[in-house]
Design a protein around this ligand. Structure first.
Ligand SMILES: Cc1cc2nc3c(=O)[nH]c(=O)nc-3n(C[C@H](O)[C@H](O)[C@H](O)COP(=O)(O)O)c2cc1C
Length: 197
């Protein structure tokens, strides 16, 4: 099978979440990765617990971190990316920003940072204002990292209703549809890029 095959299975790397056991951003990221798999992708998750093991980014010592090296190697070979962050004080959480800072290790790559890859952005926050400001901030960071934010960005406000039902699915069909669409856009872009490579 070649990348020109319509059955080409892109690798979608997801990073996000928090260290909370009931992290809504992480749960939503997992849902998005599952949706990417249904769309034909292979996936890899870097959870909040993993990202919490990254040292605070320091250019002088970044290469010493086995966890950061693992993250860099995964993003380097990714065909698409999904990022999920909570809104913290109106913006991206420090945990997620630190992981994104660590991607500075990809600056000298032939394909730096997120270049040539679609990036689906997910935000959960307890207020609509932070949903909007955090999504805008995350998409700006993705632009700086030369990624292509998908047309759809997804924001959820769990305080405005019940996001998940007792079985772990989305309570509202429209929320599930948004995540499916986001994942599909990441996978479609990867296939389009592969077709013209
Ligand atoms: C330090 C901190 C700052 C937060 N700041 C905001 C905020 O500015 N606006 C907002 O709507 N929610 C804010 N929240 C609420 C979180 O965005 C919300 O609970 C989110 O869903 C948490 O993500 P998680 O479930 O993945 O841990 C904050 C929460 C924390 C812990």
């Amino acid at each position: 099978m070649t990348v020109h095959d319509k059955h080409f299975s892109p690798l979608v790397v997801g990073l996000g979440g928090t260290t909370r056991a009931t992290s809504t951003s992480e749960r939503t990221l997992v849902k998005a990765l599952e949706a990417a798999e249904r769309a034909g992708a292979r996936t890899r998750l870097f959870s909040g617990a993993f990202l919490a093991r990254l040292p605070i980014y320091d250019p002088a010592t970044a290469a010493d971190s086995a966890e950061l090296t693992e993250l860099l190697e995964a993003v380097r070979i990714a065909d698409g990316v999904l990022i999920a962050t909570p809104g913290y004080h109106g913006s991206v959480s420090g945990l997620i920003k630190n992981a994104l800072d660590g991607l500075e290790g990809l600056r000298a790559d032939v394909r730096p940072y997120f270049e040539g890859r679609a990036v689906g952005c997910i935000v959960t926050a307890d207020g609509w204002q932070a949903c909007g400001t955090t999504l805008a901030a995350l998409r700006t960071i993705v632009h700086a990292l030369r990624g292509w934010p998908t047309p759809l960005g997804v924001t959820f406000n769990p305080s405005a209703g019940v996001l998940y039902d007792q079985d772990g699915g989305f309570s509202e069909e429209r929320d599930a549809r948004q995540i499916d669409m986001l994942a599909q856009q990441v996978v479609d872009f990867a296939r389009m890029r592969a077709a013209v490579a």
